[in-house]
Write a protein that binds this ligand. Structure first.
Ligand SMILES: Cc1ncc(COP(=O)(O)O)c(C=O)c1O
Length: 407
């Protein structure tokens, strides 16, 4: 008798055949073993979640507007939240937008999926960083994009290489559908795209008729230096869309993010969202709006920055203290965000080393997970937001011991 697994290959779509699991989600299972210090995940610190404020806010929202908060809502999002975001984007980023530019979505991750759905046909070229955010790789590969990798250095994505690629494709009569960037304290490498490169990227979009997708979940978590302008607001022609999220500055559980895009594309994004989920959680939006309306976000961001800055400092100090010197080991010193990135000598393979690290009770994410072509085997990502300062110190010590043996 056949089982469903026998007939599935003949039934599944081609799109489903290219889906791949997130290495990080798989790794996180291993790192839950007792005693393992995980520097692998990317979770905000739960102690920062505003539980006390939310208890009161949830009760207020239910009393005041429970029927509406638990009802379906507009696909575009709660109009009050949209209006609040228009003001926020104008004040914080100098964005010249109105409510027609905003779509509330279930985290920036859904925005990535919607962008993929609206722009990518199978084999369409799109440009991503080497490395780049794994969730974006997954989203775009799910639509069978032809990912074209561009190296990321300490100034962010190598824009000369972007130009070369755009030129080559234009010569062949093909269009690169979009360039995906994480310009501020990139996940995973922690680097920030320089102002000069931001401007050039936009010019390249104008020259080669393509668009930039700017994904900036960490932008408000800056621990030093001055913010650079977002690419979106620098662009007056609608060629840059930006993705934002409350996951890192409020909490990821409510799954709330937003897209800022020119109204010319909004209609398509809204139509793509309707079959995905009809609307983003009305309840979560109503709660968030009340939180924002009480003026609680800015002080919360300030508190988060103070907290994460200390943790980042603890990790940088531990690296200085324990890592072998003059051994070809290098790491980034990001001005914000949740991650550091390490480069080891070429012969060290962080994929192969991972089981040994778990044996030593410490975990990281191997750099190859962020390279869609599986390169970057001598790199790794370290998270400092979730572990305690003591765990950071001990975790880095264990890693340094491991590297010393390998060198
Ligand atoms: C670069 C980047 N984009 C998008 C996301 C997804 O965020 P959200 O929780 O808003 O879906 C993340 C999450 O870590 C991220 O690092």
């Amino acid at each position: 008798m056949k089982k469903v697994a026998d007939i599935l290959p003949g039934l599944l779509s081609n799109n489903s055949k290219v889906l791949r699991r997130s290495e990080i989600r798989e790794l996180l299972k291993l790192t839950r073993q007792p005693g393992v210090i995980s520097l692998a995940g990317g979770l905000p610190f739960p102690g920062l979640f505003p539980l006390e404020e939310l208890k009161d806010i949830v009760a207020t929202v239910l009393d005041r507007e429970g029927g509406q908060a638990l009802q379906y809502g507009p696909t575009e999002g709660d109009p009050r939240l949209i209006e609040w975001l228009v003001q926020w984007m104008r004040n914080q980023e100098g964005a010249e937008i109105d409510q027609n530019y905003i779509l509330i979505c279930s985290g920036a991750q859904q925005a990535l999926d919607l962008i993929g759905r609206v722009f990518i046909d199978p084999e369409d070229p799109i440009i991503v960083g080497l490395p780049t955010y794994l969730g974006a790789i997954q989203a775009f590969m799910g639509y069978r994009a032809n990912l074209i990798g561009v190296p990321v250095d300490k100034q962010g994505m190598d824009v000369d290489r972007v130009e070369k690629i755009l030129k080559e494709f234009a010569k062949k009569g093909h269009k690169v559908k979009f360039i995906y960037i994480v310009p501020d304290f990139q996940n995973p490498a922690g680097v920030t795209l320089s102002l000069e490169r931001r401007k050039r990227l936009l010019d390249l979009c104008y020259t080669y008729d393509t668009v930039t997708v700017e994904d900036s979940p960490y932008r408000d978590l800056r621990y030093e230096g001055d913010a650079l302008p977002m690419v979106g607001p620098m662009d007056k022609r609608g060629y840059a869309f930006s993705l934002h999220t409350f996951s890192k500055i409020f909490a990821p559980g409510p799954r709330l993010g937003w897209i800022v895009a020119n109204p010319a594309i909004m209609d398509k994004l809204v139509m793509a969202k309707q079959p995905a989920d009809l609307c983003t959680s009305s309840f979560a939006q109503a709660i968030l709006f009340e939180y924002l309306n009480r003026g609680l976000l800015k002080p919360h961001i300030t508190k988060s920055i103070d907290y994460y800055r200390k943790k980042q400092q603890a990790m940088l100090e531990a690296l200085d203290r324990y890592m072998p010197k003059d051994a070809g080991i290098d790491w980034t010193h990001p001005e914000g965000g949740l991650f550091l990135w390490m480069c080891l000598p070429e012969h060290i393979d962080t994929d192969a080393l991972f089981p040994k690290a778990v044996e030593k009770k410490v975990a990281y994410v191997m750099g190859s997970a962020f390279h869609f072509d599986r390169s970057g085997r001598n790199t790794l990502r370290l998270n400092f937001s979730y572990p305690s300062e003591e765990q950071i110190d001990e975790g880095i010590k264990r890693l340094a011991d491991l590297f010393k043996k390998e060198l």
